[in-house]
Design a protein around this ligand. Structure first.
Ligand code: HEM
Length: 428
């Protein structure tokens, strides 16, 4: 075994011994978790197995190296904005909504945010937080990002000084399309955890939810995926489970930041933050299968084959909604999804960032599939999203095969700098 590898493994073993010993001395995990706040947390997690010089040669080793490279990618936690929003979507994601325990006040919220701030910073850096008993998993950062959201009830907690923005409440009902199941709605706080490894996501979820367990309980969990890492070319737009190229038109970081991040007119705790909508949208694969290619392309306004608009050749060509065919009919149907969703206004008014993930859960008895889209949208002002959602609820050919079954809204506070605590402006 190479020297570096040995010392890394040794560090892991030593650290676990110290942790277990330390926790029993504290009287158990619960005491450790609660007492973890403000306690210096230490220890780089061991390097991923098989890493280090001389790990081997030939095709297997080459493959191992590729996997290790993806597994050791890290994204920064500290900054003006929270991570996991305008950065490239990772292959796996989980959204966990939690409810604060009855009687929780601002002190409980502060404790939770301190724990999460420390632990998220550690996990994203590949270092094991205090109550992490599997530091071997933490070592594989795989571009991990954790994004923390705030639900409406938090703004009413005793001791919270910030006022609740009027939009921070469930979305208005869209009775034409909504068939909402309450089990996918609501929540006091949200964790969005994304990484290029499902094990990294699962481990971070375990660490962060168990750290919170004396303060908040899990309300719902939604798991999603996109194309696996290194399966398609970098920058290639993902396909959803209908097979459509999904995500062509989206705000570009640097150029369109104002579409996503709240500006000076927002309450202070949201400046540099954003608003998030998570819609769980069922996609009926069984009836979609019956739709012929023409129907599919017409309902979208783009070709399923390559994502190009019906008036263009390449995926990135702008749809020409004024174009007509020989009979004078619009080439892009006026009720197609793209025609209804593309901006009707100049400027920011009806644009937002889409960062969707597919889901594919076990089907109900008698059904073959239970699949759809976790439609995650971020916008500086909720109205940017709502103006498009209203149009799509009124008419959108794609509604034939899609049904919103869950809906939740969260405020995403700004990012934090070294020494700050997530959402600290809520009580400052
Ligand atoms: C399961 C549900 C949905 C599916 C399968 C779906 C699929 C697609 C596809 C394939 C595109 C074209 C390529 C692209 O630009 O990404 C698209 C575009 C778009 N969709 Fe959806 N979508 C869904 C739900 C929604 C919802 C709920 C909204 C908003 C309320 C929305 C808003 C948009 C927007 C704004 C665009 C870009 C339009 C443009 O500027 O060209 N979509 N969608």
């Amino acid at each position: 075994m190479p020297v570096d590898q040995h010392s890394a493994d040794q560090r892991g073993v030593d650290r676990r011994d110290v942790l277990v010993g330390g926790l029993s001395a504290l009287g158990g995990l619960a005491a450790g978790a609660a007492g973890g706040v403000g306690v210096a947390r230490s220890g780089a997690a061991p390097a991923p197995a098989g890493s280090g010089p001389g790990a081997g040669s030939g095709s297997e080793a080459d493959h191992a190296t590729t996997v290790e490279l993806a597994g050791s990618q890290r994204r920064p936690f500290h900054g003006e904005h929270q991570p996991g929003i305008m950065d490239a979507p990772q292959a796996h994601g989980v959204w966990v909504a939690m409810d604060l325990v009855p009687g929780a006040d601002v002190t409980a919220l502060q404790r939770l945010m301190r724990i999460w701030t420390q632990d998220v910073a550690q996990l994203m850096a590949g270092r094991a937080p205090y109550a992490d008993f599997e530091p071997e998993l933490t070592a594989t950062t795989a571009s991990l990002t954790v994004t923390v959201g705030i639900g409406p009830r938090v703004l009413g907690l005793r001791g919270v000084t910030a006022t609740r923005p009027t939009w921070l409440q469930p979305l208005p009902a869209f009775p034409q399309i909504d068939r909402l199941d309450p089990r996918w709605s609501g929540g006091d706080v949200l964790l969005q955890i994304c990484a290029d490894s499902p094990i990294t996501v699962s481990h971070a979820q375990w660490v962060l939810t168990k750290e919170a367990r004396t303060i908040a309980t899990v309300r719902w969990v939604q798991r999603g995926f996109r194309q696996g890492h290194a399966v398609t070319r970098p920058g290639e737009t993902m396909r959803n489970l209908f097979g459509q190229v999904d995500g062509t038109v989206n705000p570009v970081p640097g150029r369109d930041d104002a579409v996503v991040w709240c500006g000076p007119s927002a309450p202070r705790w949201l400046q540099g933050g954003t608003t998030m909508v998570l819609r769980r949208i069922a996609m009926d694969l069984e009836t979609w299968e019956e739709a012929d290619p023409l129907t599919r392309d017409t309902s979208l306004g783009r070709r399923q084959r390559d994502g190009s608009p019906l008036t263009g050749r390449a995926e990135t060509d702008a749809p020409d909604v004024a174009a007509t065919d020989r009979l004078g009919l619009p080439v892009i149907d006026e009720f197609s999804h793209v025609r209804r969703s593309l901006p009707h206004e100049k400027g920011l008014t009806d644009r937002f960032l889409r960062r969707p993930y597919s889901y594919d859960d076990p089907p109900d008895p008698g059904r073959l599939t239970n699949a759809g889209l976790l439609f995650v949208a971020y916008q500086a002002e909720l109205e940017q999203y709502l103006s498009v959602q209203r149009r799509l609820a009124e008419a959108d050919l794609l509604n034939t095969w899609t049904t919103p079954i869950g809906s939740a809204v969260f405020a995403i506070p700004r990012g934090c700098r070294e020494g700050e605590v997530l959402a600290q402006d809520l009580w400052a």
